[in-house]
Design a protein around this ligand. Structure first.
Ligand SMILES: O=P(O)(O)OC[C@H]1O[C@H](O[C@H]2O[C@H](CO)[C@@H](O)[C@H](O)[C@H]2O)[C@H](O)[C@@H](O)[C@@H]1O
Length: 280
């Protein structure tokens, strides 16, 4: 028997009640890093929480849709979304991944996306000299090239927050010069195409699926747009914060705060049990 956590807001309580009363109309939407996948120092070593795929498979069988809304390339979320020797995200019935802040869509093993804007290639060429000009204080800064975006990470520098602040203004200028936007995250600043965010992606998905209710869980600043989309949809909905000491803004705006990815997985499992009438 698992216990379903209670939202602390009226809107969240109404959202959760609507999901439980009519699961076949519910969309369950989740961020990847920091929500389904514990934060690690090396982004290439990130892997989904081992119990997440099983819970999502069960939710996929009971709800309108499960969707991952992530800054990662969609195919990478699928690749990192497999538990060792177990189930993977691609086992979730009908799963859709909206990757790179909604620019890419993965569905039934096929990724669709427009070509990256030319500005990304220009920023890629200019970035090394921008970093070099900032000097040795940025030792440990690492650039993750995502094809249609460049993520500049500071987690592995001696002073991750200080390095982030040093980088902010030069990267904002570089982005502006090449028609890109800067997406701030957990010890990362991403240069990515303008024009869409997680809120646009989730909002359009809810319409596409004729959703009657929604739950969205995230952990980082880029997830605030998805929180706004839940409220802006006019549907009963629950916003969930995968809590951490690194980001506090999301918890202030969430209907429910849980303890990181393990708390999210506990919530998803309890939701399955509650839908089946088996939770406390
Ligand atoms: O939208 P998300 O699924 O949350 O992806 C956002 C970014 O997450 C990744 O970076 C974060 O997770 C890393 C692995 O745990 C961590 O090392 C890093 O400090 C975090 O910022 C990813 O590397 C980015 O590409 C994503 O856009």
């Amino acid at each position: 028997m698992s216990t379903l956590p209670h939202p602390t807001t009226e809107a969240g309580a109404a959202g959760l009640s609507a999901i439980l009363a009519d699961p076949s109309g519910a969309v369950i939407a989740l961020d990847f890093d920091g929500t389904l996948s514990p934060i690690v120092a090396d982004p290439a070593s990130a892997r989904i929480h081992p119990f997440a795929p099983a819970a999502l498979v069960e939710l996929g069988r009971r709800t309108r849709a499960v969707v991952i809304v992530t800054g990662r390339p969609a195919a990478l979320a699928i690749s990192y979304g497999r538990s060792p020797g177990g189930l993977g995200l691609d086992d979730v019935p009908g799963l859709v991944v909206l990757g790179q802040y909604g620019v890419e869509r993965w569905e039934s093993d096929v990724v669709t996306a427009p070509p990256p804007p030319e500005g990304v290639a220009r920023a890629r060429r200019a970035l090394p000299s921008v970093l070099a000009a900032l000097g040795p204080s940025l030792r440990g800064v690492w650039v993750e090239d995502k094809g249609r975006a460049l993520a500049v990470h500071t987690r592995r520098t001696p002073d991750p927050q200080g390095s982030l602040e040093t980088l902010r203004a030069p990267l904002v200028s570089l982005a502006a010069e090449h028609g890109l936007t800067v997406e701030p995250g957990r010890f990362v600043l991403e240069l990515r195409p303008t024009g869409t965010d997680k809120g646009d992606a989730l909002g359009a998905f809810l319409v596409e699926k004729s959703a009657r209710s929604v739950l969205f869980a995230g952990d980082d600043l880029g997830d605030l747009a998805a929180f706004a989309a839940v409220r802006g949809s006019g549907l009963p909905g629950v916003t969930v914060c995968s809590g951490s000491a690194e980001v506090t803004e999301l918890a202030k705006q969430a209907d429910l705060v849980v303890d990181g990815p393990s708390g999210v997985v506990g919530l998803l499992s309890a939701l399955v049990a509650a839908i089946d009438g088996k939770s406390t």
